[in-house]
Design a protein. Structure first.
Ligand SMILES: NC(=O)c1ccc[n+]([C@@H]2O[C@H](COP(=O)([O-])OP(=O)(O)OC[C@H]3O[C@@H](n4cnc5c(N)ncnc54)[C@H](O)[C@@H]3O)[C@@H](O)[C@H]2O)c1
Length: 360
């Protein structure tokens, strides 16, 4: 599969695609000197033998938890880099999901005022979405992703083999984000994604073309707008209510499932606002029900709880929220909406009679 070139204000970089860890290692990565590995401890346990070659370089294993993704977690890694004499010309190679990515991005941005890093994403979510775009978020617990920097990697290596050990829940979460990107991208990708689900379902089988299509969809947005502003806001499609659901369930719902809930709910509201065509809402709703419908919400939720969470969103201002609404595939508009009683009623109506995920 062809590489992708991502244009970035901080220097362009390539995304490479390989089926196996062996193929990736054959790209001579392990021969690089002055490389310091930051590896998800679980990935190291699962793939330790196959990753044996990297062990000739210093390896820092970290638990991929939200507690690690804090200033304390970053400090532990920096102490280790200093002890192991990493210099301004060293490279960090991060192997893991979004947690490892965020720690690597933040650390490489501040270590000696910035060093190079490369990323080998190992979760479907990080392979199909977060691995490009340069962003990171570090937690100031209990608040998630409160601080961050932009620091793009020098290269990204997507290796499909890592997905074999992903749980069903992690795959569903990743495919949820891919579904969102198929709606923000070109129509062709949306129909290919429908065909892909029909043929392969929620599994890692033949997934690389879908990952690449997702990244192309995101690339089209971030290359124009690398910083979080206008065009990039489109990527928040499904995220306002998705984040609200994640928060209201104490993160018992995975990110991708939160996004799908948010996509379905905003599509429903979009039909009421005369923006989203009913047939499109219905097609997307059917896709979510068919492939993700077995998902249950951990508890019953009220519209008031969800709207309260949306009010806490950093993007809310003066009781107004800019929702990203689907007008057609690849055509999204920003709708400014008052977080008032009539919105609460519409959301409650959705929860009562139309919600795509139900409580257990
Ligand atoms: N920087 C960004 O642009 C961005 C975007 C979205 C999300 N994020 C952040 O990413 C994090 C979520 O990342 P994620 O969902 O990729 O996963 P993760 O890094 O949170 O890891 C989730 C779990 O999967 C395990 N794991 C990783 N790879 C595995 C594999 N191949 N097989 C089996 N288990 C594996 C980890 O050990 C961990 O237990 C959140 O902290 C979120 O805030 C960042």
């Amino acid at each position: 599969m062809n590489d992708m070139l991502i244009r970035s204000m901080q220097g362009d970089y390539r995304v490479h695609f390989d089926e196996s860890i062996y193929e990736w290692l054959n790209r001579n990565l392990h021969l690089q000197s002055d490389v310091f590995y930051l590896v998800d401890a679980q990935v190291l346990e699962l793939y330790g033998e196959k990753l044996e070659l990297i062990a000739s370089n210093p390896v820092y294993a970290i638990e991929a938890s939200e507690r690690s993704k804090t200033l304390e977690g970053v400090t532990g890694f920096i102490d280790w880099l200093l002890e192991n004499r990493a210099t301004k010309s060293s490279t960090i190679v991060a192997i893991g999901g979004g947690v490892v990515q965020d720690i690597a991005t933040f650390t490489s941005h501040i270590y000696y005022r910035g060093i190079a890093w490369q990323f080998v994403p190992t979760t479907l979510l990080s392979q199909s979405d977060s691995c490009i775009g340069a962003k990171c978020g570090i937690n100031v617990l209990p608040h998630k992703n409160q601080i961050g920097v932009l620091h793009s990697p020098k290269a990204v290596y997507v290796v499909a083999e890592f997905l074999r050990s992903q749980s069903d829940a992690a795959l569903r979460s990743g495919f949820g984000e891919i579904l969102k990107l198929s709606l923000t991208g070109q129509y062709q990708f949306f129909s290919e994604f429908q065909d892909h689900l029909t043929g392969c379902g929620i599994s890692p089988t033949n997934v690389l073309p879908m990952i690449q299509a997702s990244l192309r969809s995101k690339q089209a947005i971030i290359e124009v707008d690398e910083n979080e502003s206008d065009l990039r806001r489109v990527l928040n499609y499904g995220h306002s209510f998705g984040h609200a659901l994640e928060a209201a369930t104490d993160n018992e719902v995975s990110h991708g499932i939160g996004v799908l809930f948010g996509v379905d709910l905003i599509n429903y509201l979009g039909t009421k606002w005369g923006i989203t065509p009913y047939d499109l809402y219905s097609d997307v709703n059917a896709l979510i029900r068919t492939y993700f419908g077995s998902e249950n919400l951990p508890k019953r939720l009220s519209a008031t709880q969800l709207i309260d969470e949306v009010r806490r969103d950093k993007k809310n201002s003066n009781g107004m929220m800019n929702f990203v609404v689907l007008r057609g595939v690849g055509d999204l508009v920003i709708q400014q909406v008052q977080l008032d009683e009539s919105l609460t009623e519409a959301v409650q109506e959705y929860l009562n009679a139309h919600a795509v995920f139900l409580t257990a």
